[in-house]
Ligand binder design. Sequence first.
Ligand SMILES: [Zn+2]
Length: 94
Amino acid sequence: MSFLAATATPTDDASGVLIGLLFITLLLVTLGYALGCWLWPFGACRKCHGSGKRRSPFGRAFGLCRRCGGDGRRLRIGRRVINALREVHSKADR
Ligand SMILES: [Zn+2]
């Protein structure tokens, strides 16, 4: 029994380190993404790919993209989260 216990301990430690590394990596990626969303809050609109135009299937006519209203920009999901958190924070201050 003591033999089994001795072999089980190192593998437990190894998986613990692995989970720790995974957690740190995930944390760094999340922080990097959050920083990116803070510095560059906008992404190109997925519908019009940043052009802001809605192409007509015939001719050269175009209208404004309905999704972004001709802006060609969309607020990134991470930035929306930051804005939401900020709103909660400012409400708590009052
Ligand atoms: Zn658009």
